[in-house]
Structures are given as structure tokens and as C-alpha cells.
Design a protein around this ligand. Structure first.
Ligand SMILES: [Fe+2]
Ligand SMILES: [Fe+2]
Length: 287
């Protein structure tokens, strides 16, 4: 495949590997001392690279948003909270990337996490643009800052961050899916659809690396991660109660959204082979 073919085509990872000129060149280094599956992470990096997109080209910000004032304000508030969580995720990945690459001893993780970091930058940029379109001004809600700290400080930082990411990516995916289904406005629905594609890939990365990381984690490490994860989920559950009214106004259901998130995280834990002592989830208040 020559450069001109690559430039103009919509190519997939499998097509790249079918190309005899590229097949061997695209394999990860065999001399690796990595703790994770380098080929799997290489594939995810290639997938991320071929799926990059430019927001203003994909999303038509010229569309008119016609929301009544109550709905606009409720949606503006919920989108600001989501923007805060995405911005926090971007700050944390920027801070944790190098530490994770060192811990995993993985060149492929360096490639892949750089792509994921750029995805998160795109999300924050587009959510800020969308908030302006909704008549607001993007700002960070300080209340949620504690989540970013819990996910990236203390002992077992890398493991803790990756587990926290498993929760936050599941949360983001469920929120985007519910918001897209609610069809609050055409721009928001299009934005959710496109962000969701990236978030799904982010979950694939975690499913690729977490089982290997868990195998090497001590009993103490597992207990530490378990306690932090419970705190993050409990905090989210309590904080979400205050958003119940706004969620109802735009047609979102806080309870079923959180239920979906917890059950998806629980399914992942089970797939990783974690036993029932690890599976500890907070109850979701009915209000
Ligand atoms: Fe994101
Ligand atoms: Fe993400």
C-alpha cells in the first residue's frame, strides 16, 4: 500500500494487516518485557489511530437548538457535570500515563495511551463547544475533584487508576447512551453518538490489561483497590441524587443509569475472575 492509497482510503486494522508490505512491520517488538499483551494493545492503538475524527466536521454546530428554558437549564447543568468528569479524566490520564507505561513495561501502552489522551482532549474540547452552544460557559464543578484525587493518589496508583477508569468509562458510556436515546437536541445526540465510539474502545483497553495486572496484585493491593473503588462508586451514587430533578426534566433516569453502570462493572469484575468478596457495590437510593 503506497502513501497515496493510505491517505485517501478508509482503512481498517484488518486491512492494514492484510497488506503484505505492512504485516510484519506492524508487529510489536518481540524483545519486549511487557507485563501485558503487546499485540492486543498494538491492535487497539492502530484502531484508535484509524478512527480519529475532527469534531466540527462530524457534528453540525449550525443546527438550531430549541429547548424550553427549564429543559435548557437542566441539560446545561447535567452537561456541565459531564464536562467536569471528562476534564478530570483528561487531567488524570495526563498525570498517570507515564507511570502506567513504566509499571506495565509496555511500549505499546505508550502508543495506545497517547491516542486515548488525545480522544479525551477531543471530548473536553467538544463538550466545551457544546456548552457554549447551549448558552452556558464551560466551568469545572469543584465538588467532583475528589474523584480525580481518589483515582490517582496513594498506594497502588496505576492499578487504582486503571480500575477507576473502568468505572468512569462505564459511567461515561451509560450516560452517553441514555442521553443519545433521550434525543434532547440534535447536536447533543450526534455528540453523544461519536463520543461513545471512543469510550467503547477505552473499555476494550481496560479489558485487555486489567486481568494481567490483577494476577500480579497482592492481597493487600486488591483490598486497597477494592476500598477505593467502593468510595468512588459511593461518592458518585450520593452526588447523583442531587441531579435527580434535572435528570427527570430531560428524560433521564438516574436510578436505571447507575444500575446499568454498576452491573456492567460487576460483569467486568467477574470476567476478570474476581470472587464475590471483591464485588461490593453501594445500594442506589430511590429518593
Ligand atoms: Fe471521554
Ligand atoms: Fe474515555
Amino acid at each position: 500500500m503506497d502513501a497515496s492509497t493510505l491517505k485517501g482510503s478508509r482503512y481498517s486494522v484488518s486491512r492494514l494487516f492484510q497488506d503484505p508490505a505492512l504485516r510484519d512491520l506492524l508487529k510489536p517488538s518481540p524483545a519486549s518485557h511487557s507485563l501485558i499483551d503487546e499485540q492486543r494493545v498494538r491492535n487497539l492503538y492502530l484502531q484508535a489511530a484509524t478512527q480519529q475524527w475532527f469534531g466540527p466536521e462530524k457534528i453540525n454546530f449550525n443546527e438550531i437548538i430549541t429547548l424550553d428554558e427549564r429543559t435548557r437549564l437542566a441539560w446545561l447543568h447535567l452537561t456541565t457535570v459531564f464536562y467536569t468528569l471528562e476534564k478530570m479524566g483528561l487531567n488524570v490520564i495526563e498525570n498517570m500515563m507515564a507511570k502506567a507505561v513504566r509499571k506495565l513495561r509496555s511500549d505499546e501502552a505508550a502508543f495506545y495511551l497517547s491516542a486515548q489522551c488525545f480522544d479525551e482532549a477531543r471530548h473536553v474540547f467538544l463538550l466545551a463547544t457544546y456548552l457554549r452552544k447551549l448558552g452556558g460557559s464551560p466551568h469545572y464543578e469543584k465538588l467532583y475533584g475528589v474523584l480525580g484525587k481518589a483515582a490517582s493518589i496513594g498506594a497502588y496508583r496505576v492499578e487504582n487508576w486503571l480500575f477507576s477508569t473502568l468505572f468512569s468509562e462505564n459511567f461515561a458510556s451509560a450516560f452517553l447512551k441514555h442521553a443519545q436515546t433521550a434525543q434532547i437536541d440534535p447536536i447533543g445526540a450526534e455528540l453523544c453518538k461519536n463520543l461513545l465510539l471512543d469510550e467503547t474502545r477505552h473499555l476494550h483497553f481496560l479489558h485487555a490489561v486489567l486481568p494481567d495486572l490483577l494476577d500480579r496484585l497482592s492481597v493487600l493491593g486488591k483490598s486497597y483497590v477494592r476500598a477505593t473503588q467502593f468510595f468512588i462508586m459511593k461518592f458518585t451514587e450520593v452526588a447523583a441524587r442531587s441531579l435527580d430533578k434535572d435528570a427527570g426534566v430531560v428524560g433521564l433516569n438516574r436510578h436505571s443509569l447507575l444500575e446499568e453502570v454498576f452491573s456492567n462493572v460487576e460483569r467486568s469484575y467477574r470476567n476478570f475472575g474476581l470472587n464475590t468478596r471483591f464485588l461490593y457495590f453501594p445500594a442506589i437510593a430511590k429518593i
